[in-house]
Design a binder for this molecule. Structure first.
Ligand SMILES: Nc1nc2c(ncn2[C@@H]2O[C@H](COP(=O)(O)OP(=O)(O)OP(=O)(O)O)[C@@H](O)[C@H]2O)c(=O)[nH]1
Ligand SMILES: [Mg+2]
Length: 243
């Protein structure tokens, strides 16, 4: 084909294509790709007050929070991911939306439950996190990352108890079952249905950064939560691809 005598014959007819519509996932992933580092804080009171929706990633140490943020934003090293548990030690904020037009923020929180952390530090961190989850004004959604091979642990359940009053007031809640690549299809389906029962009305999705499963679904959900006035089901069919 490459040495075709008539190159025009091989070219597809793309002269005046009608603009294809962007799919919901394309819009959501394009938005997530705008993520850039905003700030980092060792403690709650150092966080800037913001008036855009904030989506927090929480979960046990090593569950895959930072990797998930990198995967969703399609950036290799936005959030610090590591084989070594306890890698994320500060609260890290990432801004989303066009430059100068931040319309949401993602928060990467240090994980809990890492055995090697001294008890005092563990307690301190649990307090910081509980405080964050209860008091952060602009917190719109919580994404709880959970390794499905361990299921929801006691600490995850405690976190659920902490946020329950806010969920009842409208805080969005998603459990991401990470590392789904480590499960068979049957195991995945089973843990999905069990977790749905435990999640108390929250959303639950299987996700794998390596196999790239669940990315579109999670991206779309996060967009809708951050843009309640422009749900993708309405926006996606209206937006031409080059806008
Ligand atoms: N197989 C597989 N490994 C993953 C996946 N997501 C993350 N990991 C691995 O899990 C380990 C921990 O990932 P991180 O993203 O650093 O986990 P974290 O929850 O941010 O950890 P802390 O910052 O310690 O709380 C790393 O070795 C990742 O490569 C996944 O979907 N599949
Ligand atoms: Mg991390």
């Amino acid at each position: 084909m490459s040495n075709s005598p008539n190159p025009k014959a091989a070219a597809p007819s793309v002269k005046n294509p009608s603009p294809p519509e962007k799919s919901a996932a394309t819009i959501a992933l394009g938005w997530l790709h705008t993520a850039r580092f905003l700030t980092t804080a060792p403690q709650l009171h150092f966080l800037p007050e913001l008036d855009v929706p904030e989506i927090a990633f929480v979960g046990r140490s090593n569950a895959g929070k930072s990797t998930c943020i990198n995967t969703l934003t399609q950036q290799k090293q936005l959030a610090f991911a590591s084989k070594k548990p306890g890698r994320t030690q500060h609260i890290n904020l990432f801004a989303l939306g066009k430059q100068g037009g931040t319309d949401a923020v993602l928060t990467d929180l240090p994980g809990y439950g890492y055995a090697a952390v001294p008890k005092q530090d563990k307690i301190r961190w649990q307090q910081v996190m509980a405080n964050y989850l209860v008091t952060r004004q602009n917190l719109k959604a919580i994404v709880l990352m959970c390794d499905p091979r361990h299921g929801m642990t006691e600490l995850d359940e405690i976190l659920l108890d902490v946020i329950r009053p806010r969920v009842e007031e409208g805080l969005k809640f998603l459990v991401i079952l990470t590392k789904a690549d480590k499960l068979t299809r049957t195991e995945g389906a089973k843990v999905l249905s069990i977790t749905k029962l435990q999640a108390g009305g929250g959303e639950v999705r299987l996700f794998s950064a390596t196999k790239r499963t669940g990315i579109d679904e999670v991206a779309t959900l996060l967009w809708d939560w951050a843009h309640p006035d422009a749900p993708l089901a309405e926006v996606a069919t209206a937006a031409p691809a080059d806008t």
